[in-house]
Design a protein. Structure first.
Length: 264
């Protein structure tokens, strides 16, 4: 996979393969950091590798209780949320650009596909819920483009649950993934990223026609639920709903790139 590519049909930000064989992949294999996002000015944002590699915690599980229908976990990482939903019998697919992340998710018993959110995906326009957890609201460095893409993935009136920054921030920057030595060893260079607090996310979402379905804080983490535009009346609450059968099997395997979802 190239370091930077673009799908003109989606008018997307560059897809950056920052997690191929570098410190991120090493951290997922070992289950611990330290690991950071480093801005070009040297500022470091610690990444919570240990929490990501553990099983879903009570805060995670409370978020998953709100999911509706079939769930797409964008930037699923090592797969704790996908595995938890699969264990509940929910229809769920994780996507991640990291091969190590996809492999880890499959080992936990979830289904995952190595792909960017800005590339063609199975079930477009039919997902009940899209998750952007663990800072993944920053993917691509362009919140408006990401929100537009997620809206096309969801069914009308579908639900987006996003984890926002713990502080009120609206920042776009170029970053690298580095380990405890401060050296980026994967050779992929800097890529665009965004950090958004809840107020910033809600501003962008409001301009794009999303409706706020809720916002909350738990365990020192902040979340927002948004509902996409719908031609029909939709409930404004983010309550659990039955899964929609988008994925043909819940077996612990990696789906093929061509047919990870039933044709319906």
């Amino acid at each position: 996979m190239s370091t930077r590519s673009r799908d003109p049909a989606l008018n997307s930000p560059p897809v950056v393969s920052w997690a191929g064989a570098g410190p991120y992949a090493v951290a997922l294999r070992t289950g611990h950091g330290p690991l950071f996002l480093r801005r070009t000015d040297g500022w470091l944002l610690p990444l919570e590798v240990e929490r990501w590699c553990a099983r879903a915690d009570p805060v995670d599980r409370a978020v998953l209780d709100r999911c509706e229908g079939a769930v797409l976990d964008v930037g699923c990482g090592p797969g704790r949320l996908v595995a938890e939903l699969a264990a509940r019998g929910r229809t769920v697919l994780g996507i991640d650009i990291s091969e190590a992340a996809v492999d880890h998710t499959v080992r936990l018993g979830g289904q995952a596909l190595r792909r960017s959110v800005f590339e063609p995906l199975p079930g477009e326009g039919r997902w009940g819920t899209v998750l952007l957890m663990d800072g993944n609201v920053g993917i691509g460095g362009d919140p408006c483009a990401l929100l537009g893409r997620v809206a096309r993935l969801l069914r009308p009136g579908g639900l987006l649950i996003a984890e926002t920054a713990a502080v009120d921030v609206d920042e776009r920057s170029e970053v690298q993934v580095v380990d405890g030595t401060g050296v980026e060893t994967g050779g992929h260079g800097a890529f665009p990223w965004a950090r958004l607090g809840t107020p910033a996310l809600l501003r962008y979402a409001g301009r794009a026609g999303w409706r706020t379905a809720g916002q909350w804080t738990a365990g020192g983490r902040r979340f927002a639920a948004l509902r996409s535009r719908s031609p029909r009346s939709a409930s404004s609450s983010a309550e659990p709903a039955n899964s929609t059968a988008l994925i043909s099997s819940q077996r612990a395997r990696k789906p093929s790139a061509d047919r990870p979802v039933a044709d319906r």
